[in-house]
Each structure stands twice: as C-alpha cells, then as structure tokens.
Write a protein that binds this ligand. Structure first.
Ligand code: AMP
Length: 286
C-alpha cells in the first residue's frame, strides 16, 4: 500500500523509518495529473532505490499571473492508484501552506543553464522550480532523484543547483515518453482541442528534420529559421524559440563545435491556441 503523507513531520518519520530498515530512497517530483512519462520516471527511480517517493505539488511560484495555475489538471485519487500500481511506496502531497508558510522569504536562483530559452518567455519559472526542488530534496533527502528530459533545460538547471549547493543526491534524467504519433506526453496536452491535437505531433517531426539538417550541414541559425517556418506552416500560432544548443551548458554552438562533435540539443517552444508546447531532441540520435 502506498503511504500518503501531508505533513513534513510525518514525512521525516516515514523516511527515517525506511532508512533505518536499510532502504535506499528515490524521489520523483511531479505536479500530478500523472501519465506514462511520470510513471516511467517512477520505474527508473525503482531501478536506483528500494522505496520510491513521489511528490505531488502544483507549485504556484512557477506560474506567472495569468498562466494556467487555476485550471492545471488535478486528480490525486487517480494519481495514487497509478502510483500504487507502479510500486511507489510514498506519496508526498503537501499543501501550499506547508510549502510556503506565512513569512516565507527565501528563493534559490540558478544562473548558467537557466539563462535564455524558457527564461526569455517565462522569466519567473526557474526561480520557482529551483526553490521548490531544493525544498523537496531537503524534505525527503533521497539518495536519487529522477527528472524527465522532456523538460531538458529544467533538468540542466537542477543538475547545476545540486552540484553548486552540494546537495547529497544523485540526479538521474529519464527519456521523453511520447504518444504513438510522437507528441511528448504532458499533463497540459489535455488542454488541446481535437484540431490542435492533430497538429501537435508536427513539433517532434519538425525537430527531427531540423536536427538531421543541423548535423549534416552545420548551420544552427539556418536550421532554426527552417524549423520556425515549418512550424507556422504546420499550423502553430506562434513559435517562442527553436534553438540548437550545447547539450550540457545550453549555450549556442558554432559550426566548428558542431563539426567537432560537441554534444547537442535542439529545443523548441511553440503555441497552439492557448496551449504552449515544449519539446527537445538530441539531433545526433535521429
Ligand atoms: P510535471 O508534473 O510536468 O512537473 O513533471 C514532473 C516530472 O515528469 C518532470 O521531471 C518532467 O520532466 C517529467 N516528465 C513530464 N512529462 C514527461 C514525459 N513525456 N516523458 C518523461 N518525463 C516527463
């Protein structure tokens, strides 16, 4: 039976008990509305630990006013059943007052990998993510924590904050899990109309085409322009960015670096109506 915990003191007791029994603890932070992408991270956490804890917290500080905090899908009962089925041991479901009590005044800010890309369009986002992830890691004190490559820039920001703050946890990245037509699974896909759902898989297809092109005739800027035009032709309403970057630093790459075999990531964010989709690929593996 999965144990559901809502107070920090109970969480600490539960984790201590498991540790005293010699268990390694894994953590998968989520905002709930769980799909196969999240559940695959639970499987991966299980390969690295004995007891998998999953946190479920829709973090208000990573949403700007006017974003989708109020309509973000919530289904704790359904999530618990899926986690139970997948063998998770602990569901950490704090309320906002537990995470941000009156007078809360601290934030974690990461430079480097959080510069550009998402930050250009959601400037509040990584401050909210870095602060809540730091809290979750210090609350659960897991041996290993698993995050999805679906949110690739976020994964790099978390790797950096764990390294910079000497947080004693191993960070593991899990691959992006996709629908059969290539659309990256996301809790936000539920917002898509039937018409937009039919257009959405073009994002992955265009990233693949662009990635191939960027590697075979290395000109990052040309590839980015090609992809932006292709997305608009496919029916996307607005493209925030398509960017070819160094896979670790997320800095722009030169033609020389591409030719010399630098690890690459091609990342994109684009809008279909009021829904914003993000995705990314490794252009060397398409
Ligand atoms: P979220 O609930 O959207 O905050 O996501 C929680 C975790 O699940 C993050 O580490 C995400 O990167 C990861 N995740 C979300 N969607 C996917 C997916 N399609 N494949 C793999 N991981 C994912």
């Amino acid at each position: 039976m999965i144990e559901t915990v809502r107070s920090l003191s109970t969480l600490r007791e539960s984790v201590s008990r498991r540790r005293a029994a010699g268990k390694r603890i894994g953590l998968v932070p989520t905002m709930g509305a769980l799909h196969e992408g999240h559940l695959t991270l639970v499987d991966i956490a299980g390969q690295h630990s004995d007891d998998v804890a999953v946190s479920l917290f829709v973090n208000p500080t990573q949403f700007a006013p006017g974003e989708d905090l109020d309509r973000y899908p919530r289904d704790e009962e359904g999530d618990r059943a899926k986690l139970e089925d997948r063998g998770a041991s602990l569901l950490w479901a704090p309320g906002p007052e537990q995470m941000y009590p009156d007078g809360f005044a601290t934030s974690v800010s990461v430079d480097g990998p959080s510069e550009g890309l998402e930050t250009g369009y959601r400037p509040h986002f990584f401050g909210g993510v870095a602060t809540v992830v730091t809290k979750l890691l210090l609350q659960v004190l897991p041996d290993v924590a698993v995050f999805g490559e679906k949110d690739y820039q976020q994964l790099q920001v978390i790797r950096r904050l764990v390294r910079d703050l000497d947080i004693p946890v191993q960070v593991v990245g899990g691959p992006t899990i996709r629908e059969a037509d290539g659309l990256a699974m996301s809790s936000r896909n539920a917002y898509l109309s039937a018409e937009h759902r039919a257009i959405a898989p073009a994002l992955k297809r265009i990233l693949d085409d662009t990635g191939r092109q960027a590697v075979s005739s290395p000109d990052g800027e040309k590839a980015e322009t090609f992809a932006t035009e292709a997305l608009i032709s496919a029916g996307f309403d607005k493209v925030d960015y398509v960017a070819l970057r160094h896979a670790d630093s997320l800095k722009p790459v030169t033609t020389n670096e591409i030719e010399a075999g630098a690890p690459l990531r091609l990342l994109a964010a684009a809008h279909l109506g009021t829904t914003r989709l993000i995705d990314n690929i490794d252009p060397r593996s398409v």
